[in-house]
Ligand binder design. Structure first.
Ligand SMILES: Cc1cc2nc3c(=O)[nH]c(=O)nc-3n(C[C@H](O)[C@H](O)[C@H](O)COP(=O)(O)OP(=O)(O)OC[C@H]3O[C@@H](n4cnc5c(N)ncnc54)[C@H](O)[C@@H]3O)c2cc1C
Length: 510
């Protein structure tokens, strides 16, 4: 049988209609074109249909129908993967399985242990609202992306936030998965009939299987347990802003001991001027093909009272008074650099862009950074996400390279380093006008030039827009690629779950 030819689709849809009901199989042009939209370079990729399962049994039925007919699927939780592919499938003719529409319940909430068991559709906003409703005792670690994003979907893509619970996959414990072969798997203690520790003990007997389902395409995850951080009585932020682009290296060197010692408990956000200001204002002099000048950038910095780089973090404690000496210590630490301006918690709360960072440290979702999409007209946005050691020279060298590459492609440099003790995720947002063909091409070329430059530096991305997943996988060694393919062959022998996602399996092309 010709796997994933469009000819299989009607048969697949007939079987699925019979098992989950007509109402939950959509093929209208308006629907499929909406699901095919991305903010990435190149054309959209509408699926032939979207199906909406309401339970794990219905997911099994969909996977079985796909195996029977040789149809490829593309599972999403809430599909808010903006800047990496949104809801669009990675290959041609893949049917989108939208789990979030109907499987969006918080299945269990253990208030003693701080554990929520969630279905794929539970969003950051929903989780936050529920925690507030239940007495505001816990907080969920949020992203600075869309509040409608799925807690589970983000964790499966190795997403991250800003509190001590920032590593979202690390905060999952115990998953339920429908494998590509149709089998239902519960990881860890979930495999026991009488499990009591499923969402409490990460490393029970046997191999740790959960990691197989992160940034892969071996199964469809239908629920997981998430650990939640107790909400502290007081949260106080601090920030410092620095005037010069080349202050970056010294700032990174100053952050490292604060994070290595654990003195600052949050991730530290180190953002450049345009990362912050593109959420507050649009391009002051947009002309297609031309990047903003340094003079225009300085004007914007003055108008918003922010420098070239602004670093922030937060302390947690019993009261504001208890936290005050910690803020004083961090102030004198940064003062030793001999430059930089301190921004107090109160001042930060007056600035929408800094206040949205404070919200993230407090586990409150915000739409603020989404405004970056309006920096230029035409809605193009792609994330480039290399990691870099917290090394003064390497950070400075790679940052200068990024600025140069983006400028030479007529684009702006927007950058946030999310700083841990030894490593920072260096998020770039490429923004451009998708309706201008030359700009769309320039964005694609800029992404590829950045990827090549960072590869030369020995630095790999943390995740990637669907369009570049094959490329990033091709950089990994032969043994890694063969192992990923071998696992795919066992867990999804007919290759029905998102082949091509993360460069595993072969996606059909249109
Ligand atoms: C301005 C801006 C700021 C951002 N900031 C951050 C940030 O701070 N941190 C961060 O991590 N991200 C950030 N993002 C990226 C992105 O928006 C988030 O990752 C978003 O939460 C993903 O949405 P989702 O979980 O609904 O995606 P989904 O599309 O549902 O999931 C992501 C991918 O995982 C796979 N997947 C999802 N669910 C399943 C499942 N149940 N089974 C199998 N595979 C599945 C799918 O292939 C899907 O493409 C930002 C984006 C923007 C635009």
């Amino acid at each position: 049988m010709n796997l994933n030819s469009q000819a299989q689709t009607p048969k697949f849809l007939d079987i699925v209609r019979r098992s989950i009901g007509d109402d939950w199989v959509h093929t209208a042009d308006a629907t499929v074109s909406r699901y095919g939209e991305t903010t990435l370079p190149g054309s959209d990729n509408p699926p032939p249909a979207v199906v909406y399962p309401g339970s794990v049994d219905e997911v099994v039925a969909i996977v079985n129908a796909a195996n029977e007919t040789g149809t490829q699927l593309f599972p999403i939780s809430n599909g808010n993967n903006i800047s990496q592919g949104s809801r669009a499938p990675v290959g041609a003719n893949q049917i989108v399985v939208d789990l979030g529409r109907r499987m969006n319940r918080i299945l269990d909430f253990n208030e003693d242990m701080g554990i929520a068991t969630v279905e794929p559709g539970v969003s950051y906003q929903q989780m936050h609202d529920e925690l507030v409703r239940r007495g505001d005792r816990f907080m969920v670690d949020v992203t600075s992306g869309p509040p409608a994003g799925s807690v589970l979907g983000n964790a499966l893509d190795k997403g991250a936030g800003y509190t001590p619970y920032a590593d979202h996959f690390a905060m999952t414990c115990g998953m339920e998965i429908v494998l590509g072969n149709g089998q239902r798997l519960r990881t860890g203690d979930g495999a026991l009939e009488t499990a009591r520790n499923w969402h409490m003990s990460k490393y029970s007997y046997g191999p740790y299987l959960d990691g197989l389902f992160v940034q892969s395409n071996y199964g469809i995850v239908t629920q997981a347990g998430f650990w939640l951080m107790p909400k502290p009585p007081a949260i106080r932020s601090f920030a410092f802003t620095f005037d010069n682009d080349d202050d970056l290296g010294d700032i990174v060197a100053a952050i490292r001991p604060l994070r290595m010692s654990g003195f600052v408990p949050t991730m530290m956000r180190l953002c450049n001027d345009l990362w912050l200001l593109a959420s507050e204002t649009s391009h002051p002099s947009y002309v297609s093909g031309r990047s903003i000048t340094d003079d225009e950038r300085k004007d914007l910095q003055r108008a918003h009272n922010l420098g070239s780089w602004t670093v922030s973090g937060a302390f947690y404690g019993a009261s504001d008074a208890q936290i005050a000496p910690m803020v004083e210590r961090v102030r004198s630490h940064f003062a030793s650099l001999g430059r930089g301006r301190y921004i107090s918690h109160e001042e930060a709360m007056e600035s929408p862009t800094l206040a949205s960072a404070v919200a993230a440290y407090a586990g409150v979702p915000s739409v603020h950074e989404m405004k970056q999409l309006a920096w230029r007209p035409g809605g193009g946005m792609a994330s480039f996400t290399p990691g870099v050691p917290m090394d003064r020279d390497l950070v400075l060298q790679s940052s200068r390279k990024s600025r140069e590459i983006l400028r030479s492609h007529g684009l702006e440099y927007l950058k946030m380093y999310v700083c841990g003790p030894r490593f920072a995720r260096g998020l770039h947002h490429l923004l451009w006008n998708r309706t201008v063909e030359a700009e769309d091409r320039a964005a694609d070329q800029a992404y590829k030039a950045l990827a090549a430059a960072y590869t030369d530096l020995g630095l790999q991305v943390g995740r990637s827009p669907i369009r570049y997943q094959d490329f990033h996988m091709s950089l990994l060694g032969d043994a890694t690629r063969k192992t990923c393919e071998a696992i795919k062959d066992v867990l999804d022998p007919r290759g029905i779950i998102a082949p091509g996602r993360y460069g595993i399996g072969r996606a059909a092309t249109a």
